[in-house]
Design a protein around this ligand. Structure first.
Ligand code: HEM
Length: 459
């Protein structure tokens, strides 16, 4: 076979391609480089190289778990400072990954998630109340209120803990600590390699934040151990569960790692998905109308119930299409288990970081047709969705390392979408708003404000 070297944008000695990456919005740089260099390119960064792949065919190949595996790198590696071998940041070989994975799979299964409906509905109603009281004369920063929703929902359903973000004037210290911990984990990978005393203040703050996160979760755990309850949340599942393979229980440390992990992996992602969904619907009035019609037809003016969850196919298609065009996690990473040839021609080395550029692959006409760039929920209705090419739609990651929280996020999103469209009409605060991004561990819309108007006849 013909060997083709992977294109490498020219860089500088020592820092390599660091200068090609926009610090505020790296995804933008990765996308432009993909446009310039094509389906695959390699960047050199201090001490490592990363190969970026951006077509459906290459992503499909990288999803082969016999040849490639997830190894936490970059920000994910830094996040291990706080949550160690928790599910999201563990190496596959670490025994705690397997134990937690097997203990938690049933806890994220359909029956358990159904059991969380009332508590999810409780928090979602708080957001509806807030926007109703707000009235239409005040603009709403969409992503902030969705982040309160997703954090409060996770804390309640994971461990029976109420942050009460819609009532408190000050955010709970856990939430501040979480935000700083994630920001600083990101900053640590790109700061110049100066001696550590240059970063003494940041470091002290960083470890303090980790302490706050762990203290809070440990207190909740100890209170539960001291006062057993009949709650059926994720904490209860972790305390009661025994790994079917090894017979082992999760240690207290691993339970704390995973409680914090759910909040890390679950809040920005779900909040981003919901914010982008509202954005897309406001940009696409016909699709907006179809969502509202579905809610009116299926639910009407009565309460949203758990039985409605399987009866909202158009909203589900809208969320899938939103995740295709605006994947909150826009890059996932794997490494080759052995030296190998990509597409039968591009040599890559064992252990080299490979980035699956989902944002680009999700726009590949080879998988989605000539209208791949358009927002069309119809293509994501159950029937066509099932017929998409294998591994064409990967917003929840891949294989055994794919998202364990997907059913959780899905139910939470359906509840809030149903409640919002039942109760409100929405308009953009600035009709000329152009989508901009905030990038941390995930991407979210930046500076996206709306106005919320109560629908007629509803109180
Ligand atoms: C893993 C996306 C919601 C918990 C992942 C991965 C992706 C993802 C792409 C794989 C990451 C990688 O390969 O490095 C999403 C999206 C969500 C969402 C788009 C919402 C729309 C949630 C929620 C939870 C959660 C609500 C918790 C309740 C996790 C965990 C993992 C994970 C624990 C690691 C699984 C493992 O490796 O064993 N998620 N996620 N996620 N997600 Fe989610």
């Amino acid at each position: 076979a013909e060997i083709v070297p992977i294109p490498e944008p020219p860089g500088l000695p020592i820092i390599g391609n660091v200068g090609d990456i926009d610090k505020e919005f790296p995804l933008g740089s990765f996308m432009s480089l993909a446009e310039k260099y094509g389906e695959v390119y390699r960047l050199h960064l201090p001490g490592r190289s990363v190969v970026f792949c951006s077509t459906h065919a290459l992503i499909d190949e990288l999803c082969d778990e016999k040849r490639f595996k997830k190894v936490p790198t970059g920000v994910l590696y830094e996040i291990r400072n706080g949550v160690h071998d928790g599910l999201f940041t563990a190496m596959l070989e670490e025994p705690n990954w397997g134990i937690a994975h097997r203990v938690l799979m049933p806890a994220f299964g359909p029956m358990s998630i159904r059991g969380m409906f009332d508590e999810m509905h409780d928090i979602a109603s708080q957001l509806v109340m807030k926007w109703a009281r707000h009235g239409s004369h005040q603009r709403v920063l969409v992503t902030d209120d969705f982040t309160r929703l997703t954090l409060d929902t996770l804390a309640l359903c994971a461990m029976g803990f109420r942050f009460n973000s819609y009532y408190a004037n000050e955010m709970h210290p856990f939430i501040d600590a979480m935000a700083n911990f994630l920001t600083e984990s990101g900053a640590r990978i790109s700061r110049p390699p100066l001696p550590s005393f240059f970063y003494r203040n940041q470091d002290a703050r960083y470890w303090q934040d980790i302490e706050i996160l762990r203290q809070t979760a440990t207190t909740v755990l100890h209170e539960r151990e001291a006062n057993p309850s009949d709650r059926k949340d994720l904490l209860a599942a972790m305390l009661a569960g025994r790994d079917p393979k090894t017979g082992e229980k999760m240690t207290d440390a691993s339970i704390v790692d995973n409680l914090i992990t759910f909040l890390i992996a679950g809040h920005e992602t779900t909040s981003g998905m919901l914010s982008f969904a509202i954005y897309q619907l406001l940009k696409h009035p016909d699709e907006y109308r179809k969502v509202q019609e579905e809610v009116d037809r299926v639910i009407g003016k009565g309460p949203v119930t758990v039985d409605h969850m399987s009866k909202l196919p158009y909203i589900e298609a809208t969320l899938r299409e939103t995740l295709r065009l605006c994947s909150p996690i826009n890059v996932i990473q794997v490494r080759p288990i052995e030296d190998t040839l990509l597409a039968g021609k591009y040599p890559v080395n064992k252990g080299e970081a490979m980035s699956l550029l989902l944002s680009k692959a999700h726009q590949d006409p080879a998988a989605f047709g000539d209208d791949a760039l358009d927002f069309k929920p119809e293509r994501m209705l159950d029937e066509p969705f099932r017929k998409l090419p294998k591994n064409a739609w990967k917003p929840f990651g891949n294989g055994v390392r794919g998202c364990i929280g997907r059913p959780f996020a899905w139910q939470e999103a359906l509840i809030i979408m149903a409640l919002l469209f039942q109760n409100f009409n929405f308009v953009m605060d600035d009709p000329n708003y152009q989508l901009m991004y905030n990038q941390t561990l995930t991407i979210k819309p930046k500076g996206f404000y709306i106005r919320t108007l109560l629908r007629d006849g509803l109180t």
